[in-house]
Ligand binder design. Structure first.
Ligand SMILES: C[S@@+](CC[C@H](N)C(=O)[O-])C[C@H]1O[C@@H](n2cnc3c(N)ncnc32)[C@H](O)[C@@H]1O
Length: 318
């Protein structure tokens, strides 16, 4: 408890593994509030799924890839000198729990604006160096320079102003620390136009309609993927479509409409992935330059950069 107080600028109370800020966060913008409700809903559904461990193990492997760790033991070595670690936008907290287990000497805090923070605290009571906080990650109440590893994995674009969140998380990073961040990548024009439409409309569309829509997209993704058809598309630069050989499902997925389908996952887990793409009203996409500029504007040095069709990710230091 004492070591937790020393990294907060605000008064906190700690009950078991849950940190309460004595003064609650202030105003929440309507898009952020809707995004928070969507993720509370999503995580409550996902937590109940039988194959949730498939998601966790896929995500842990992807994390290593996204941030340049050759394997889990390379991550463990990296964490060996980190005293305070935060997983911002931690969802159900499985990555924060992973860090806490790999770095038993460290204090790890998972932070999420949604009810997932409460579910996570309930599920990980047995890990003694792991705590949870329900808060906006743009306004954590943590002290500047107090955190040795700041993780913001698949989250920042859901915050009200990713640029301000990036600034806050950069400020929290200690002089010897690193900040790992991921952003969604801008895609082909038709897909961006559909994405933008939903960003502006989901405030008005009831959740049950978004779940129905996600189910339809999942059926579409599965059906297209079962066709096992591939073809060669020409380059269509005005639409931002890259030429080459595509499976038909991937062609539509990358260029027109996110109709996610992964064979190894259950229908429901696939559906929740489609839901979490279209339902939140905050979900900004970035060009590489825009991503790198956030680092530059905050005087952060790029230590590692990764890019793939879906995203950019990297590690920054001071
Ligand atoms: C796509 S999920 C990623 C969860 C987790 N990092 C992972 O990789 O599995 C995005 C998470 O960010 C959280 N989130 C969105 N905006 C937030 C904010 N302003 N402050 C804290 N958490 C936020 C959501 O509640 C959600 O749990």
């Amino acid at each position: 408890m004492e070591n937790l107080n020393q990294i907060f600028d605000v008064f906190i109370q700690v009950k078991d593994n849950f940190i309460h800020k004595v003064e609650e966060d202030g105003f929440i913008a309507s898009n952020q509030d809707q995004t928070k409700a969507i993720f509370s809903d999503k995580w409550t559904e996902v937590e109940r799924m039988e194959d949730v461990s498939e998601l966790y193990s896929f995500q842990r492997d992807w994390f290593l890839n996204l941030y340049g760790f050759e394997n889990e033991s390379a991550l463990k070595t990296f964490l060996a000198d980190k005293e305070y670690i935060i997983d911002t936008g931690c969802g159900l907290g499985y990555k924060a729990a992973w860090f806490a287990e790999l770095a038993p000497h460290a204090t790890v805090i998972g932070i999420d604006i949604s009810d997932a923070a409460i579910l996570a605290a309930k599920n990980y009571k047995h890990i003694s160096n792991l705590f949870f906080l329900k808060s906006d990650i743009a306004e954590t109440g943590l002290k500047k320079g107090s955190i040795d590893f700041v993780v913001c994995d698949q989250v920042i674009m859901h915050t009200e102003s990713p640029e301000l969140t990036f600034k806050h998380l950069s400020e929290l990073t200690s002089m010897k620390g690193q900040f790992a961040c991921y952003v969604y990548r801008k895609k082909a024009l038709p897909r961006e136009l559909v994405d933008d439409y939903f960003r502006s409309q989901t405030l008005e569309i009831p959740n049950n309609k978004m779940w129905e829509f996600s189910e339809q997209l999942t059926v579409l993704g599965k059906t297209l993927s079962e066709l096992k058809v591939s073809f060669i598309s020409p380059d269509i630069p005005l639409l931002g479509i890259k030429g080459g050989e595509y499976d038909i499902q991937r062609f539509i997925y990358w260029n027109f409409l996110k109709c996610f389908w992964k064979d190894e996952w259950s229908f429901d887990l696939n559906k929740s992935t489609n839901y979490d793409w279209y339902a939140p009203s905050n979900a900004k996409r970035f060009s590489l330059q825009e991503f790198l500029n956030m680092g530059k504007e905050n005087n952060m040095k790029l230590e590692f950069l990764h890019d793939e069709e879906a995203c950019y990710s990297g590690r920054f230091s001071k």
